[in-house]
Design a protein around this ligand. Structure first.
Ligand code: PLP
Length: 417
């Protein structure tokens, strides 16, 4: 499917064709689909229809790309980290600087897109789930900018752990609603947001935070994030005169990974690597590696890999980075793994901490703990390669939000929690 591309130098960077689309039911191979309450089938279909209409409408992209350029700050740089490359003694490492976007992480690409879709559908209120608070902040940001009411569902446990983001959302005018069910964390917040949506979908749009959930969310979240990989592809061709050998991204639900990796999918020579959170180690059971250690099942409206115990209960996860602490993963990544197009890797809490410190010391860039997982695995891969080869790592966010966790890990702060 194609659309009339808006005419500007900025807009001409982006390819608006949708490739590797799921089937009509939202299936990527055997994964994905739409497993939702009967009452949500209609609103989900309305979003799907609105999305395809918007995507084929040049004026939708004109406004979206204008906001991405002037509000978000795109295109983000692709930075050749020469000192980090030399430190590792292997391939040249390039960093895609999503940390430099407005609000400090890739999530805003998606909330701008879904916010525009909500407005186009005449919705006055948006809701979202959040774990670490990053998607909540990105949603509250666009709700403020579009003048919409905004309710964010957040586990009470997560609220206590991420108070600065809770206060940030409040400052932006959003209502943060505590969720006490289950373990009072992200998966419970998603359930509660879905439950509220059942009752309010007439005037409310659910802005889903990652490339998961029921169809059409995995598709539309991916499409709104492909700007990352499309820019990176054009930038590396310009800067290095060729495509990378490897592209690497961390995986929570899979939105920054799909954003970077999707535009390289048809470049058979480019290896695509997804890095999961190994927490205390894959063997300890205390991790969030759904692709490496999970099995197929249904979570939050789609068939994917998830972590569950022998009774089929969704398992508690652990990662030092709240943004990777999710027991499922986007269905398209599950499909790409089974298809053999995706290479799987993992980084532990300790490896992520070491990677964060190394990048900070040798490049003066403080990355998010989530992104530090991609850095750890990406550098490990680069070390086995030649200096004339190229690895692109997605720096999905900046580290400011993680400083308390990091200082505590380093023993520089009394543990107040
Ligand atoms: C939320 C978040 C992630 C993980 O989410 P994905 O949907 O897997 O991208 C990674 N990095 C940062 C900085 C985040 O805020």
């Amino acid at each position: 499917m194609s659309a009339t591309p808006p005419e500007s130098d900025f807009a001409s960077m982006y390819d608006l064709n949708i490739t590797h689309a799921p089937d009509a039911g939202g299936h990527f191979g055997r994964f994905g689909g739409r497993f939702a309450a009967e009452t949500l089938m209609q609103p989900l279909k309305e979003i799907e229809t609105a999305f395809f209409e918007a995507w084929a409408d040049g004026s939708f992209h004109a406004e979206r790309l204008d906001l991405l350029e002037h509000y978000v700050g795109r295109a983000t740089p692709l930075y050749h980290a020469e000192r980090l490359s030399a430190e590792n003694g292997g391939a040249q490492i390039y960093l895609k600087r999503e940390d430099l976007t407005h609000t400090g992480a890739h999530k805003i690409n998606n909330t701008i897109g879904q916010g525009l879709l909500a407005r186009r559908m005449g919705k006055k209120r948006v809701i979202a789930e959040t774990g670490a608070g990053q998607h909540g902040v990105a949603t509250a940001t666009v709700a403020a900018m579009f003048g919409m009411d905004c309710d964010i569902y957040m586990g009470r446990e997560d609220m206590a752990r991420q108070m600065p983001n809770v206060l940030r959302m409040r400052l932006l005018g959003a209502n943060v609603i505590p969720v006490d069910a289950g373990t009072a964390t992200l998966k419970d917040a998603v359930n509660e947001a879905l439950r509220n949506w059942v009752a309010t979908c007439e005037d409310t749009f659910y802005i889903f935070g990652t490339a998961a959930g029921p169809h059409p969310y995995p598709l539309l979240v991916r499409q709104f994030h492909t700007v990352i990989g499309q820019e990176a592809r054009a930038q590396i061709l310009k800067q290095a005169g060729r495509l990378p050998d490897v592209a690497v991204a961390c995986v929570g639900g899979g939105s920054n990974a799909m954003g970077l990796l999707h535009p390289f999918r048809d470049d058979a020579a480019v290896k695509l690597v997804a890095v999961e959170a190994a927490g205390y180690g894959l063997k300890t059971g205390k991790h969030a590696a759904s692709l490496a250690a999970g099995k197929a099942g249904i979570l939050h409206g789609n068939l994917t890999y998830l972590l569950e115990d022998d009774e089929g209960q969704v398992q508690g996860t652990h990662s030092i980075s709240a943004g990777l602490d999710y027991p499922g993963v986007g269905p398209e990544l599950a499909f790409m793994l089974e298809e053999g197009r995706l290479q799987l890797d993992a980084a532990s809490d300790d490896e992520a901490m070491a990677a964060l410190q190394l990048l900070t010391r040798c490049e003066g860039i403080i990355p998010a703990l989530e992104s530090s997982h991609a850095l750890a695995a990406g550098a490990r891969i680069a070390r086995e390669m030649r200096p004339d080869q190229i690895v692109i790592i997605n720096l999905s966010g900046r580290g400011d939000k993680d400083m308390n966790t990091v200082f505590r890990q380093l023993g520089w702060l009394e543990d107040a929690s």
